[in-house]
Write a protein that binds this ligand. Sequence first.
Ligand SMILES: Cc1ncc(C[n+]2csc(CCOP(=O)(O)OP(=O)(O)O)c2C)c(N)n1
Ligand SMILES: [Mg+2]
Length: 737
Amino acid sequence: MATKTDPKPAGAADDKIRSADKTYEGLSRAQLIEAYRIMYTSRRVDDREILLKRQQKIFFQISGAGHEAVGVAAGFAMKPGYDWFYPYYRDRALCLALGATPLDMLLMAVGAAADPQSGGRQMPSHWSFPKLNVVTQSSPTGSQILQGVGCAEGGRYFASHPQAANKGDGDYRQFKDVQFQGDEVTYVSLGDGATSEGEFWEALNTASNSKLPVVFVVQDNGYAISVPVEVQTAGGNISRLVAGFPNFHFEEIDGTDPVASYAAFARTVAYCRAGDGPGFVHAHVIRPYSHSLSDDERLYRPDAERERDATRDPITRMQMFLIREGILDEKGINKLEKQVEDDLQVAVDQALDAAPPTPDTIMRFIYSPDLDPTSPALQTEPASAALAADGKKAAPKTMADLINATLRDEMRRDERIVIFGEDVADASREQYLNEKLIKGKGGVFKLTYGLQHDFGSDRVFNSPLAEANIVGRAVGMATRGMKPVVEIQFFDYIWPAMMQLRDELPLIRWRSNNGFSSPCVIRVAIGGYLTGGAIYHSQCGESIFTHTPGMRVVFPSNALDAAGLLRTAIRCDDPVLFLEHKRLYRETFGRAPYPGPDYTIPFGKAKIVQAGTDLTVITYGAVVPRALQAAQKLEREHGVKVELIDLRCLNPFDWDTIADSVSKTNRALVAYEDTLSWGYGAEIAARIADQLFDHLDAPVRRVAAKDVFVAYQPILEDAILPQAEDLLRAMKELAEY
Ligand SMILES: Cc1ncc(C[n+]2csc(CCOP(=O)(O)OP(=O)(O)O)c2C)c(N)n1
Ligand SMILES: [Mg+2]
C-alpha cells in the first residue's frame, strides 16, 4: 500500500513520535484503524446477513464484500450531510463510513417498520439516509447516474439563486426544504456492468459539458453477475473509453487499497469542489461472495481465478498493512474485531426483535402527505370573468398561449422553476438573442417561446437530444428542491425515459418511506388528428402512465383547463405528467381569455361540458370537441340529451361525477383517442360495470382508435382514430338500446 513518511531523520526517542505522527496520504494512524473497523464491520454485516438468509430470517442478501476499501476511502474524502451520494448496492462500507449503522442495515434486511431507509419496502442494501444526503437507491442498474447529475445541477443552481431556496407559501415549497453549500460534490457509483447502460454515457456527457461537480465511481469487480468485463466494455477497460470526455479529472486505482483509494478520492474531490469539472474514479475491486446469495459463481468462474482474487481481499490486505506498519498488532486487531462482533450481535438481536410494518401502511406516501392537489381550495374563478364584468373583455387565447402565459407567471412567482428539454430555449447561442439577430425558437410548438429571453439561460435551456437525460436530471433536481418543468417533445419519443418515468420518478417518495420526494412536471405533446402526423407524431398511450402508482396524469381539452391544471401541477408536491394535445394547441374550440396568475383547478375534478339526461359520455383530450359535436347533432336530430363529461385529470380521476351521471342517465359511453384494447377507458368501463351495474339499462360501450398505430395517409388516419361520426353512431345505438 502507498505510504508517505516524514523524511526528517531522527533519533530513537524521536522515532516513536515520528511514527505516531506518520500519515499515509494524509490519513492518520487513528483514521486507518477506524478505516479497518468500518471495513471489517461491513464484511461482518454481510456475513451475518448471509447467515440470517440461510436461517430464513431475512429474504434477500447482496454483499459489499471486496468493495470495502474503496467505499471507506470515498466516505473519508467526502462529507456526509454536506456532499450528496447516489450509491450502488455494493456501497455498504461507504454508508458506514458516512455514519449509517449496522442496525440501520439489519432493520432493512428483516424488513422492519423501523427500517429508516424504506420502512420494509425495499430490498437490503438499497441505501437511503436523508440526514446523510444519501439519496434513495433503486435496483435498476444505472438509473441513479443521471439523477446524480441533476442533483449537482441543483446545488449549483441554488448557489447562484440563493433566494430560490426560501420557503414559499401555498405550494410544494412549504414542504420541500432546501440546503446547499456552494461547493458540494455529488458522489455517484456503479459497477462495471452498469457502464453499459446508455444513461451512464448520457450522464458523463452532461457532467462533462457543464463541468458539474460529480464524482463518478466505477467499482469494477470484473463481472456483472456472470458476464465478464470484456463483454461489457469494448477493449475491457472503461477508463480507456471515457478518456476523451473533456473537463474530467480521471483516476484508475486499485480499489482494494484504502490508502491509494483515499488519495485518489482526495485529489478528485478537491478538483470537483474547486468547480473545475467532474471526476472519474475507476476502482479495480474483487467480488468474493458471488453476485448475490441467489448466484453461485463457481458455475462460471474456475477456482484458480477465484483464488487469484482472494489474494487481493481488502480485509486481509488491510490487516497485514496495519501489522506491518506497526499501527496495530495482532492483539489489537483481535480486540477491535471482537468489539465489532459484540456490537453486531446487539444490532442483530435488536433487528430480529423489530416489528414488521403493518399492511394498513402500504398506501402511505405514494403521494405527498402534505399537499393535496384535489383540495377544493384550488377551485378558483378565472380572473378574466371579473375583467369581463368590468366591461373590459379580454380576447380569447389558444391553449398554446395560455400554457406559455402560465409558465411565465409561475416562473416569476417561483424561482425554483427551471425549464429544459429539446429545443425549448429561444436560442442556446444567447449572443444571437442579445444582439437581436434572431427572434428565438421556444419549442417546436413554441410553447416556451420568450421564456429564456425573460428569465435567462440558466432557467430555460436546451437539453441534449436524450429523453432519459431530461427526466433523470429532473428527478435529481427535484430531489434537491428545485421545480423542473421539462418538456418531452413528442409522446412518441418518451420511451427512452421510461426507466426514469416508471421505476424512478413516481417511486422516490414511496420507496424511501417519505425520506425523499421529486415533485416535478413533465410536459408532453401528445396525440393525433394532425393530418400527416403518422405513426411517430400521433401516439397516445396515457394508460401506461395512469397504470403507474405515484404519477399524477393530467390531460386538458381546452385553454382554460390547461392553464388552471398546469398551475396546479407546478405547485403540486407530486410528480405530474402533463399531457398537451398537439391538435388542441391552436384550435378555435376551447379558447379562453387569460385567467390571471392565480387561477388553479384541483386535480381529479371533471367538468360537465354539457348536462343531459339520456346518456353519459365520458371522455377527455381531443375527443371532447368531437364528442360535443356528435352530442349536439344527436340532440338536434333525435332529441337525445347527452351528458358530456370531460375528465381533464386521469389520475386521480373524478369517479363521483361519473357515478352521479351514470346513476341518472343509466347509459354510459367511454370515448378515448388511444387504441381501444387495454386503453384508459377500459378501466373506466370496468368500474362502471362493477360498481354501477344496478343503474345500467344498457351495456357500457367504448369508442376508441382501432388497435393499430396511426398511419400517414389522411384517409387511413381518419379510419383509425375515433371521429365525430363514430361517436354519433355509438351514442345513438346506446340511446336506443
Ligand atoms: C436495468 C437492470 N437490468 C438488469 C438488472 C439485473 N442485475 C442486477 S445486478 C446486475 C449486474 C450488475 O453488474 P455490475 O454493474 O458490474 O455490478 P456488480 O454487481 O458487479 O457490483 C444485473 C444484470 C438490474 N438490476 N437492472
Ligand atoms: Mg461488476
